[in-house]
Design a protein around this ligand. Structure first.
Ligand code: NAD
Length: 253
């Protein structure tokens, strides 16, 4: 991949020592997990308001609608393997150039790829948790129950409501991970954004936060993002190929 923008991005990665990556759904589409806003994405078929936290907690019909969607979406997550973009971030971490990955994703693929320091600010959908006693269940176990006809799965220990261990619309973000993500953005020297439309806050605000504190910003995304205007380099391309080439070149020069 050769272009002046690509060359500038390689130089930024090569020169940086405290890189933070911010990833979104687009880093995992090439692993077979669709994003929500792209063509055919979930939000083109479902109204996300139905899945908001207050409705999920308070209304059994809303929960049933969530699980009807989830039972179809989950097999794609369960079958997904990390791709070259996830692996490129592992390589940067092992080379002691990347401090952490802040991810909006809930698919667990960064951990599966081998990234050690992953801040999951929207939680992790491979777990399902009881809202009453906090017992945690592997999502695969819940899938068996859903496929067996359970429309509103309850906790086996206490009968409480089970919720995917992810941040739903209208739900408070986990305080510790969110604060740490902002601290890391403040002190990094390069923020690489991969596969995010940057429309979901507060994650998207990490970009101006990093920029205001002197970091360079590289955005790798197929489509425009909300913060292309303040990025130092925007690479319009697929995450796996672009990140593979970018990190490969930066670490070999
Ligand atoms: P988004 O759906 O708003 O945006 C994804 C972006 O990725 C789009 O701009 C799209 O152009 C780009 N993209 C898609 N495929 C790409 C590819 N192969 N290479 C490069 N770019 C690509 O996603 P978001 O900004 O992450 O926000 C959506 C929310 O939904 C997040 O909160 C996230 O938690 C959640 N979500 C997570 C997953 C997952 O865990 N894999 C999947 C869907 C949605």
């Amino acid at each position: 991949m050769a272009s002046s923008e690509f060359g500038r991005a390689v130089a930024l990665v090569r020169d940086a020592r405290r890189i933070v990556a911010l990833t979104g759904a687009g880093i995992s589409t090439e692993s077979g997990i669709p994003d929500f806003r792209g063509p055919g994405g979930s939000w083109t078929k479902y109204d996300p308001a139905v899945f908001a936290y207050p409705q999920f907690v308070g209304d059994p019909e809303s929960r049933k609608a969530y699980w009807r969607w989830s039972v179809e979406f989950w097999p794609q997550v369960a079958a997904a393997k990390p791709n070259d973009a996830h692996l490129a971030l592992v390589a940067l971490e092992r080379a002691e150039r990347l401090r952490c990955v802040v991810t909006q994703n809930v698919d667990g693929l960064h951990g599966l790829a081998g990234s050690r320091d992953v801040i999951e600010i929207h939680g992790n959908g491979t777990r399902t948790v009881c809202l009453s006693c906090r017992t945690s269940y592997d999502r695969n176990r819940i899938q068996e129950r859903l496929l067996g006809g359970d429309t509103d799965p309850r906790c086996e220990a206490c009968g409480g409501v089970l919720k995917p261990d992810v941040v739903l619309f209208g739900e408070r973000m986990p305080q510790g991970p969110t604060e740490r993500a902002f601290d890391e953005a403040e002190s990094c020297d390069l923020l690489i954004v991969v596969g995010s439309s940057l429309v979901v806050n507060p994650a998207a605000r990490l970009v101006p936060q990093a920029k205001q504190n002197g970091a360079k910003v590289v955005i790798v995304n197929l489509d425009r993002t909300l913060y292309d205007g303040i990025a130092d380099v925007v690479l319009r391309g697929r995450a796996a190929e672009t990140m593979g080439s970018l990190v490969g070149e930066a670490l070999s020069t």
